[in-house]
Design a protein around this ligand. Structure first.
Ligand SMILES: [Fe+2]
Length: 404
């Protein structure tokens, strides 16, 4: 028998979390591995190869990185469980054949799997779909508190994941504050518009050649999502208002998930077309040629909610049979009419020091037209959904803010 993982009191989990004691009551051998049982009826089936991959040390889990080291090509048909037992503290102990290695598994870690706390959906709130009646105004948090206090940050991230939107107020009206926010929330996703990008009203009027985006004109921008031209559009967007002296330019927010629900229920044919017929989205510019073909309601990215690809300035070409184009336009008109309907759309004015935060793949944002008389300057960043989810899960596990 080779070295043990230590006394049961020192049993390590294959990650960096602390697990409460959750003593196992029994363990039974199965054809492929074992079944772990608890006295309250919970159970967990464990394949022997999976157990070996998750053996702490022994070439399974690296104690330093807590990542797996075992190449599946090295898993042998000869690998078998010689015995499986419960230690006096209630942990799982395995003796392996043919090498007689001993490995010990933390019962609390095994239990968190039996309880589903390892699932990708765990430790983050479920999305809740809203209309303007359900959510007349986004929840607001103090920007400085979000940066300084992990508790407020957790509440803010959970709201962002639940409703897809929140407001931060009281941010300094200084350029680059979003970098401070990103340092505690998650790494910025860069694009051809820059890691930290500006939306300035005083840059131009329509037709000015200095800008490469409709955002920097005074035109109205109907409800849309940014960068549908990418295979995976940016997950979250943070828009920091530094100056807003221009007339008009109210901001709008619409829950795309609510539009999808309305379409499914009342206009199923339009929903079918919008979720299956492709368009080519195209960011054009000197040295720039981003394009992606996908439906407006895109379920291909594996989330429970579809990714909304709706930015008419860059929806360039139908990518569908000619005979479908007419119906596709009818469905598209319906989609955008609903997105603009006051039943779904919130409208408010951003003031200096406000930061509008939203899920860019779910929530459609827009703004009314404004005049070029006063200055209007916003700065924006994107942060991918993976990063927001990672920060939220870690905080929720640390602070116990969200149950599984
Ligand atoms: Fe935008």
């Amino acid at each position: 028998m080779s070295a043990s993982t230590g006394s049961p009191a020192q049993v390590m989990a294959p990650d960096f979390y602390s697990y409460e004691a959750s003593p196992i009551s029994n363990v039974a051998m199965t054809e492929a591995g074992i079944t772990v049982l608890w006295s309250d009826g919970a159970k967990l089936n464990c394949h022997r190869f999976w157990l070996r991959e998750n053996a702490f040390g022994l070439g399974g889990i690296d104690p330093a990185t807590r990542e797996g080291l075992l190449d599946p090509a090295e898993l042998s048909d000869d690998l078998a469980i010689a015995s499986a037992s419960v230690t006096p503290e209630g942990h799982l102990e395995i003796i392996w054949e043919p090498d007689h290695d001993l490995s010990c598994y933390h019962a609390g870690w095994l239990r968190h799997i039996a309880d589903g706390e390892h699932l990708a959906s765990s430790w983050a709130p479920e999305p809740v779909v809203w209309t303007s009646k359900d959510l007349p105004t986004p929840a607001a948090f103090n920007a400085q508190e979000v940066v300084a206090q992990s508790g407020t940050r957790a509440l803010m991230l959970n709201e962002l994941l639940k409703h897809g939107v929140c407001l931060l107020s009281g941010a300094p009206s200084e350029e680059g504050f979003l970098n401070q926010l990103a340092q505690v929330v998650g790494p910025i996703r860069d694009s051809n518009f820059g890691a930290l990008w500006d939306v300035r009203a005083d840059v131009t009027l329509a037709g000015d050649s200095k800008t490469n985006t409709t955002a920097n004109t005074g035109y109205r921008l109907g409800p849309h999502t940014d960068l549908p031209t990418r295979e995976i559009p940016p997950g979250f967007q943070f828009l920091h208002c530094l100056v807003n002296e221009a007339e008009g330019g109210s901001s709008t927010l619409t829950d795309g998930a609510a539009i999808v629900s309305e379409l499914r229920e009342r206009y199923p044919e339009d929903f079918d077309i919008l979720s299956t017929k492709h368009w080519i989205f195209f960011n054009r510019g000197p040295g720039i040629d981003h394009r992606w073909s996908a439906p407006v309601i895109d379920y291909s990215l594996g989330s429970t909610l579809p990714t909304i690809r709706a930015f008419y300035p860059v929806r360039a070409f139908p990518d569908m049979p000619d005979e479908d184009v007419d119906l596709a336009y009818q469905a598209l008109r319906r989609f955008h009419q609903l997105a603009d309907d006051p039943r779904f759309e919130l409208k408010f004015r951003l003031s200096a020091g406000d930061i509008m935060c939203f899920d860019n793949r779910r929530i459609m944002h827009g703004r009314d037209a404004f005049t070029g008389e006063g200055r209007r300057h916003l700065q924006g960043i994107y942060i991918d959904r993976d990063e927001i989810l990672s920060t939220a899960r870690a905080l929720n596990r640390e602070l116990g803010c969200v149950t599984v």
